[in-house]
Design a protein around this ligand. Structure first.
Ligand code: 6R9
Length: 635
């Protein structure tokens, strides 16, 4: 029997050791006992990080949708697979059972086929968080088409770049989307993007907001009439283990986004196994991840991981602020959510609001809380733990990346004792290494450096679409024989990992290596501070000095700014040392954020360095308007 579901710490250590000593045997047992194969593999793993090349379960044949849907039909056909909570709380939630999901995926798969989509074709999906979004990923996977989801908040330029990069033949979109009180004209954005592309033949449009949009003759078709005519049976395309399942773009240090390619079998096994353990999912649980399916978190932990386990997964169309700041907690109460997975940026925003929004609701169904996306600061961790988890729901701080496909460093709830701001221990099968700047591994505990992974795991991205060289250069050339994550990390006295932020966020001040995250944590402890971001700027004596952008809470806005500056530096001096004091502190109303909530430090750095001639592309920001106001008030 394989250890599919880890239940105590002893077992974690035992299984972890096995996964490192005999990875092939370990993953083979997991794959064999918990998934449906049309043909088993000839070889579990072959790899060579110098090429780089990684293949898992070579020779195996399968279809991931059979694993995510068909095999549950007999035992869980009437169980809710997808629970859709609309933007408007007055609109009825939809419970889509596994049987209904099967029918809807098959119908859409048949529509795609009728429209000429074949195995290996790329389909761009630009849809809001409605059931058709999840269904369209699965419909592509059903017929072996490669989906490329573009977050439906990206601009037409960003969309066009992504459509062109992988030559999409088709775009799936909607007549618009709801976002709080607003509606967004998605189809208009698609039309604009397609003005700059040659490859798209067909656009299928889902009706969501009933706006009167333009339909281009010969190219655009409404989805519903085609679905109505489609058969509800669709034999799955039998795929090879290493056939691409999807492409998902992630931003790099240069302008051109990187189309990370994930393949079928390894990705399936890794997302399913991590989901089961990291959320300790039990059969009747209702699981909610608040991410958008436009990000890897949504791919792996709204769609594939949960469905492969026959789970009930919530899809939320709305925003945390609508109709008011209590919406998340209202939804938790309404659907009796058991596992709740969100991002630190959301937690910080929610923590700024009155506790009345939380206390109005019954959150007693919650068992496990999760975070992902960036380091979670101590204050936010504690707020989440005290007020949402009521100190009884463990917080899983999950470190991973678009490139890793699934969760890599994380506590296992009720198994691994948690520690605020620490992602704690490597997940089963994951072999992290901390490296110094000269390329040597730093062994032992109480060390810090750059985070690499020594050995392949099944979920690793196999290449960058159309640019294998860039894949090698970005991830496999800095440290020989290792995958380099781009993040810094420390390992504490018991071997727990803490992610200290992107390595390019490390600032060397007077020869001291300072990570931005711990300084920001310290600043955020000041009672008047809501959020902060630190960057470096050139300094005659120190090499670099620190520039802080600070958002104040309402209570802090009337305070004397020079006193606040002194107090903030006092806290930094206490927490980190006088070396980390800020030379300049600019108070601001907002920080430039990416759509997934990460601070765009690149822009802040340029402003601090007074180098604002070319700020690069700011069109993908959530709040491009704050950039000008930060520039106007720069110190
Ligand atoms: C899943 C996802 C990846 C980058 C990653 C790191 C940061 C993600 C984190 C975290 C600290 C965590 N990151 N989770 N940092 N603690 N728990 O977010 O993928 O959008 O590709 O971002 O996010 O810097 O390298 P992606």
């Amino acid at each position: 029997m394989s250890n599919y579901h880890i239940k105590h710490l002893e077992e974690y250590y035992q299984v972890y050791r096995k996964s490192v000593r005999e990875p092939e045997n370990f993953w083979e047992e997991i794959a064999e006992e918990h998934f449906m194969w049309r043909k088993k593999w000839d070889k579990v793993l072959s790899w060579d990080f110098s090429k780089p090349e990684v293949k898992w379960f070579e020779g195996a044949k399968l279809n991931i949708t059979e694993n995510c849907i068909d095999r549950h039909l007999r035992t869980k056909g009437d169980k809710t697979a997808i629970l859709f909570e609309p933007n408007n709380p007055e609109e009825k939630a939809q419970h889509i059972t596994y049987k209904q999901l099967h029918e809807r995926v098959c119908k859409m798969a048949n529509v795609l086929k009728d429209q000429g989509i074949k195995k290996g074709d790329r389909v761009c999906i630009y849809l809001p968080m409605i059931p058709e979004l999840a269904i369209s990923l699965l419909a592509c996977a059903r017929i072996g088409a490669i989906h490329s989801v573009v977050f439906a908040g990206f601009s037409s330029t960003a969309l066009a770049t992504r459509i062109n990069d992988c030559d999409c033949k088709m775009v799936l979109t909607s007549d618009g989307s709801f976002r709080g009180e607003k509606t967004i004209d998605l189809k208009g954005i698609v039309d604009e993007a397609l003005g700059n592309t040659q490859c798209v033949e067909t656009v299928l449009v889902v009706k969501r907001i009933n706006s009167g949009i333009n339909m281009k003759k010969g190219r655009d078709k409404w989805m519903q009439p085609l679905l109505d005519k489609a058969s509800k049976d669709c034999e799955p395309e039998i795929m090879n283990a290493e056939d691409p399942l999807f492409i998902l773009y992630t931003s790099g240090s240069t302008g051109q986004p990187k189309g990370m390619v994930h393949t079928t079998a390894g990705y399936m096994v890794f997302t399913a196994y991590t989901f089961k353990n990291v959320f300790q999912y039990n059969n009747d649980d209702v699981y909610w991840c608040t991410a958008d399916i436009g990000w890897v978190t949504g791919h792996s932990y709204i769609v594939y991981g949960p469905l492969a386990n026959g789970a009930t997964t919530v899809m939320f169309e709305g925003v945390p602020t609508y109709p008011d700041w209590g919406r998340f907690w209202e939804v938790v109460q309404k659907h009796k959510i058991n596992q709740f997975y969100t991002a630190p940026t959301a937690i910080r925003a929610l923590a700024k609001q009155s506790l009345d929004f939380v206390e109005k609701y019954d959150l007693s169904s919650l068992k496990v809380l999760g975070t992902v996306g960036e380091p979670i600061n101590d204050e936010a961790w504690k707020w989440y733990n005290d007020n949402i988890g009521k100190k009884k729901s463990p917080i899983v701080d999950t470190w991973w990346q678009t490139e890793t496909g699934g969760i890599m460093i994380t506590p296992i709830p009720f198994v691994t004792p948690t520690k605020p701001t620490y992602a704690t221990l490597p997940f089963i099968g994951v072999q992290p290494a901390i490296m110094d700047e000269n390329g040597n591994e730093i062994k032992g505990n109480q060390v810090d450096g750059r985070l690499c992974i020594k050995f392949p795991w099944p979920g690793i991205a196999r290449t960058i679409w159309g640019n294998h060289e860039r894949y090698r250069d970005t991830y496999f050339s800095a440290y020989k024989g290792m995958y380099f994550s781009g993040d810094g990390a420390l390992r504490d006295e018991v071997g727990y990992y803490r992610i200290t932020g992107r390595v390019d966020d490390v600032i060397i001040v007077s020869g001291h290596n300072l990570g931005t995250a711990p300084i920001e944590d310290a600043i955020n402890e000041h009672p008047a501070v809501a959020e902060s971001a630190i960057v470096g700027f050139p300094h005659d004596i120190k090499g670099n000095a620190l520039y802080g952008y600070v958002i104040l809470k309402e209570t802090g806005e009337s305070r004397d700014q020079n006193n606040l500056r002194k107090e903030i530096n006092q806290i930094i001096a206490e927490h980190i040392g006088p070396i980390a004091k800020l030379d300049k502190i600019q108070f601001t109303q907002g920080l430039p954020k990416t759509r997934s909530g990460k601070i765009m430090r690149r822009i802040l750095r340029k402003i601090a360095q007074k180098d604002t001639g070319d700020l690069g592309d700011t069109s993908t920001l959530l709040n491009p308007e704050v950039v000008q106001s930060i520039m106007d008030n720069a110190l």
